[in-house]
Each structure stands twice: as C-alpha cells, then as structure tokens.
Design a protein around this ligand. Structure first.
Ligand SMILES: [Zn+2]
Length: 689
C-alpha cells in the first residue's frame, strides 16, 4: 500500500534491490526556490491536454537517466540525498572503533565485508559448497520437502508493502490476523519463480518471448559459473518447471482481493487440499511444526505447486533448488556471478546499462540489513522537532478534511459512516521515526564474511518473525525506516508511517507556500490516509479486523464508482501492445484520487478564510495542482516501465498526475475545454470520497 513500490528500500528482497533499485540518480538539479518549480514546466503544452507534461515538460527534456539507473524522479533524487547522508553515517561508524557487538560496530563490519572484494574472490564458491552438496545427496521427495522447508523466509508482504514475489517455493508474512488483529499470525504466499511475475512466463508477444529466451540462457550461464555440468539441459528443465509453476500462480489483480486471500488452513488441510508436498516435513524444517493455523493467500497455487512436487522428477527439483541458491546469493559471491546476475536482472529486465559503484551498493546493503540501526542515527541528526510538529499539523488537517468528506457523502448509510469515522479516530500516525526500534543483538556480523552476514540476516529476520507468532501485536511498530523516501499505510494495524526522508523539500518545505506543501506532501499524506478506505482498506474495521461493515447498498455504490475508475485507467496505453491494468492498480488509483481531494480540502481549510498568495503568476489553487503534478516527474527506461506495468499495483507516474481530471477544483483552476484530451464531462468524473 506504499506510495510507490519501486522506491521501497527496506523491504524489497535485497538481492532484487541490489540491482534494481532506482537510487543515486543524476537528474537535473532540484530548484532552489521554494514552492512549485516553474523551470520544470512546459507552458507550450495545454494543461487540459497533458497535465503531466505541462507540469514537468522541461524537466523531462533536460533530464537524462544515468547508465546505472533504470529511472529517475523526485523520489530518487531525494533518495540520493538520504543515501549520501547514510553513506557518511556509515563512514563515521567505520572510524568510531565501536565496541564489538554494538550496532555501530555491526554497521561498520557489514559495510567492510561488502567492500572487501579480495576476500570475496578468494573464497570463491566455498560459501555455497555445503548447501549445494546437501542438495546433491537428496534421495527422495521427503528429503526434498525438508530442504524446501529450510528455504522459507519472511520475504513477502501482501498488504503493507505490496510485495507478492518470492523466488523460494513459498513465502511467509507474519502480521496481525484477519480475524484477530491483536495477535501475530502466519500468512503463506505462492512463490518459486525467478522472474518478477507469472506474466513473464505466460504472456504472449515478441517482447516477453525474447525475455524468456534470455532467461534460459542466463540460467545456463549461472549453473556453469557455479560448476555444474550439462548446464544447458538443466537450464531447459528448470525453465520448463518455472513455466509450470507460473501456470499455477494467481494474477496480481487477484492477489489484491482480500476476500480471495482469506483462507484458513490447518495442518490437515494442507495434506487434504494440496497433496504432493510432504507438508509435515516442510513445516518441520521451517520451524513451524507448532503452528496449527495459517492463512493461505492463494489456495489454488498451493494445490498446484504441491502437485508439481509429486509429478516433476526429483532431479529437476534438485537442479531448480541449486540454481535458486546460486541466483539468490549471486550478488554477494564472486564478481563473475554478480555480473551475470546484473546482466539479466539489471540490463535485460530493466534496461539499466551498468551497476552502481560498489560503495553505493554497500550502503544499500547496510540500509536493508541494519535499517533501524542506521535509522536511529539518521533521525536524530536529520529530523527536527519543528519539522515533526509541522508535519503533524498537516496530517491532522487532512484527516479532518476526510472526516468532513465522509459526513457530506450522500450515498453512504449512517452506520457505515460511523465506522468509517471510527477508523480515522483510531488511526495511529507515525511521523519521522518509530518510537520503538528493532533489536539487532541476536544478529552476528563478521567483517570478513559477507556471504555469512547476508545468510544470517535473512535467517535472523525469519526467526524474529516466526518467534512472534501468536504474541500480542505492537501497533506502533513501523514497516519503513526513517531514511526511506516513501510513506505507508498498514491496514491491519490501522496505522500510517511517514518517514523523515520524505518530509523534506521538494515534498515538504516549511518555507514554501501552503499551496505547494499541500499539493506535494499533502497529497502523499492524503494518499496514505485514503488507503484506509480503498478496495482493500475498506474491508478492515477500526480495530483492523476483516469484517463487512458496509451495507450492501454502500458496497454496490463503491463497486460502481471504482469500476468506473478502473475503466479510466484501462484506457491508458504506455506501449502500443501494453495497457495499464485498471484492476491491478485500482487501490492505488483510489488512494491518489481521494488523497488529492482531501489534501485540497485540507489546504483550503488551512487558510481559515484568508486569501492565499499567487506565486510566479499562478494562483494558489494552480500551485496546489502543479505541485501535485510535479510529484510525478519521472524518466524511466522502456524495459523498466514494462516491468512496472506488469508487476506493480501503482500506475505509471504520468497517469497518476493526470488523475486531476476527476477533480472539479482542477477544472476551475485550469479551465479545460471539452475537446482537450484530459477533459471529462462532470458526469464522467469519478468522485469516491
Ligand atoms: Zn499507496
């Protein structure tokens, strides 16, 4: 549910992110002036034809994507800043000679282990040897089930960070229960694919066909580099198996439907409903034998994948498992493997031409593995109490605007309104940094053991999650670090996180006019608040419980207007052969639209009746909408954009800017004419909240 998936640092599985993340861009410099960036606009474009280019046209013309990036935008420019700061914190940590076992020492040692390329090359494939040998000697499907159980990790998050992908057979998410939000519960999700989504295996068209051919060649090269014989034949069998897994997978749009995900399975259910895999052995190896109830997000995929365990030969599964180990750890193995991984995941899948400098990747690694340790220092240094107070005031104002909007709805029953407002009353809003931090005392770091550090980090994270199953939920826990340029809504905790790193210019600038701040960070705040009431959020009540608190008539109305919005996005075509998927992006598009509307109200009410000043020849309302449009300035490589359209619940940036076409106040600010491209007659404008 976060603002923009591709910008999520902390929770993206680290091996994906080491090559795919879009930080450290060298986009055109940000404006020094406070408020909207007039120099970024293209006034030759009519706002009613193309509001995105009207707001950002000059920026688009003069910005180049650096060779080590797949895209640049406002978020990545800010992330660069946050990362530079983080890099200097890490440098200080290295000089501090902190005592062994302290967080500062762990930061220093982890970074050191990443930078010591000599040690990594000297060790070669040694770190993998024991694992690969253990796979080689698997004798039967029961032992295979055990080996697969050992791969389970806490690497998916279907609700807070909308991450549905794990290359392991399955993934686990430990979070408040649908039926019991006071206690931590286990959610199991489909997995097993190397490429980002089942569409990469199943979709028609030349483009995906070419990617599949490259994928198979890549699998063969990885196996060869890892010392396997007969690598081509093995690769062919692995890719065929992944294709079969993809056929069992549920689509992203279906994954986002909570009601389809709400399936409670006991241990007996796994045996009965998904025969094939030796589940008792699997759970034993995963350390979950004592857990009796799971929520299975995609029952059909569990049945299908489990059946494949039975029907596909043991030798093929062993090759698949070995390849997955090599692939998942390639970034921290010798350069030949790391390069080959980048060649496919970086170049082929996102169009990025080269890897980022090693020190930057090392900083990212530390940020992911020890995010809260870095975050504590970051927040102290870079987030002032004054900024916190001002952001808090904006949030209250926008929540208030939301409350008034709910009151004014003519279609919603009074009982539904009451629960909707209760959700706002009990919302926990975290600003800048968390009140409680992750404890890394159980995580061991060695300055000369990169592979081990990463291995133990994933195990530590898994055990931390597994060990809290059944325990009381801590609602104040964050799901993002303070140094993350993003924001998130946690529906099961009924909570919001606004990290320090997004609460700075150009999103939030105490010296900018209110119109610009509400248009920029205000719409981000509104976006996150409104996730409380999107297609997913609206299925949880004020305690975080999954419950139908809507009347059937309310729900019917909600369905009708949101379907209209989905259709609007279905019509956008970033490529001649690829449209935006209105259903897949619906929750985020609702959040954009509702957030924009509530932020606008919040802005008007912040003025308390006083006139707002014009700036640079633009009225206050125009500045508000321009600031919103400028949030979305983005340059992205075509391959990366295709990946986003296929795998991301967020629509491409351009169409997010264009959502202004649904808001009446935008038509007053920039009178669009009926023949202009974005113009919608009043009846076709979608208003939800
Ligand atoms: Zn969102």
């Amino acid at each position: 549910m976060k603002l923009k998936t591709t910008f999520g640092l902390a929770l993206v599985p680290i091996f994906v992110f080491l090559i795919a993340l879009t930080a450290w861009g060298q986009a055109a410099p940000l404006p020094v002036a406070h408020g909207i960036a007039v120099g970024n606009m293209d006034r030759a474009v009519k706002p009613g034809d193309d509001f995105y280019r009207f707001s950002n046209g000059n920026w688009l013309m003069r910005t180049e994507i650096p060779p080590d990036r797949s895209s640049v935008n406002v978020f990545t420019v800010l992330a660069d800043e946050a990362d530079k700061r983080t890099a200097s914190l890490i440098e200080e940590a290295a000089k501090a000679k902190a005592p062994a076992g302290s967080d500062v020492r762990k930061i220093a040692d982890l970074y050191q282990s990443y930078m010591d390329e000599g040690a990594i090359e000297r060790k070669g494939l040694e770190p993998l040897r024991a694992k690969l040998q253990a796979i080689r000697v698997l004798r039967n499907k029961r032992e295979l089930a055990h080996a697969l159980g050992e791969t389970l990790r806490a690497d998916v998050d279907p609700l807070n960070n909308t991450n549905f992908h794990t290359p392991n057979l399955f993934g686990i998410w430990v979070a408040p229960g649908f039926a019991d939000p006071q206690h931590y519960h286990a959610y199991l999700l489909q997995g097993g694919l190397t490429m980002p989504d089942r569409e990469y295996y199943l979709a028609d068209g030349e483009h995906m066909g070419a990617i599949r051919a490259e994928f198979q060649a890549h699998v063969a090269r990885m196996l060869e580099l890892a010392g396997f014989d007969d690598s081509r034949a093995r690769a062919a069998r692995i890719v065929t198996l992944e294709h079969a897994i993809a056929e069992k997978h549920v689509s992203l749009a279906d994954n986002e439907d909570i009601h389809k995900a709400n399936n409670t399975w006991t241990s007996a259910d796994f045996r009965a409903k998904a025969p094939g895999l030796d589940w008792a052995e699997y759970f034993k190896a995963a350390g979950l034998s004592k857990s009796t109830k799971f929520t299975v997000w995609q029952p059909s995929a569990f049945a299908g994948e489990s059946a494949l365990i039975a029907s596909v030969p043991l030798e093929t599964w062993k090759d698949w498992l070995a390849y997955h180990y090599v692939e998942q750890y390639a970034s921290v193995l010798p350069n030949s493997l790391a390069q080959e991984r980048f060649a496919f995941f970086g170049k082929t899948l996102t169009g990025t031409l080269q890897q980022r400098p090693r020190w930057q990747r090392g900083t990212l690694l530390v940020n992911v593995i020890l995010g809260d340790a870095v975050g504590q220092i970051y927040a102290k240094r870079y987030f002032s109490p004054q900024a916190k107070a001002e952001a808090q005031a904006m949030v209250s104002n926008i929540i208030d605007a939301f409350r008034k909007r709910i009151d004014a709805l003519t279609w919603m029953a009074p009982t539904t309104k009451k629960e909707a407002k209760a959700k706002l009353d009990t919302l926990y809003v975290g600003i800048g940094y968390p009140e409680i931090w992750e404890d890394y005392s159980g995580y061991e770091v060695r300055s000369d053991d990169l592979f081990g550090n990463v291995w133990r980090a994933r195990q530590f994270e898994y055990d931390r999650n597994r060990n809290r199953l059944g325990k009381a939920v801590e609602r104040r826990e964050w799901s993002m670090t303070p140094q993350t340029v993003n924001a998130v809504n946690l529906p099961l905790q009924n909570a919001l996180n606004f990290p320090a790193a997004i609460l700075q210019p150009p999103f939030f600038d105490p010296q900018a006019p209110a119109a610009a701040n509400y248009g920029a960070i205000g719409t981000v705040i509104g976006h996150e608040i409104s996730h409380t009431f999107d297609t997913e959020g609206s299925t949880f009540d004020s305690t975080g419980r999954l419950r139908d608190w809507w009347t059937p008539a309310d729900l019917a109305h909600f369905e009708e207007v949101t379907t209209k919005l989905a259709k609007q996005y279905d019509a956008y075509k970033p490529f001649p052969d690829l449209s935006v998927n209105g259903r897949q992006t619906l929750a985020e598009n609702i959040a954009d639209l509702a957030g924009l509307s509530a932020a606008y109200d919040g802005f008007r009410s912040s003025l308390s009746g006083k006139p707002a000043p014009a700036a640079e020849g633009f009225s206050a309302d125009q500045q508000f909408f321009l600031a919103y449009g400028q949030n979305w300035a983005t340059k992205e490589r075509p391959a990366a954009l295709r990946q986003q359209v296929t795998t991301d619940p967020h629509a491409p940036a351009e169409y997010r800017a264009d959502t202004v076409r649904n808001v009446d106040a935008w038509y007053s600010a920039f009178p669009a004419q009926p023949m202009e491209k974005l113009y919608l007659p009043p009846v076709e404008r979608v208003q939800i909240w």
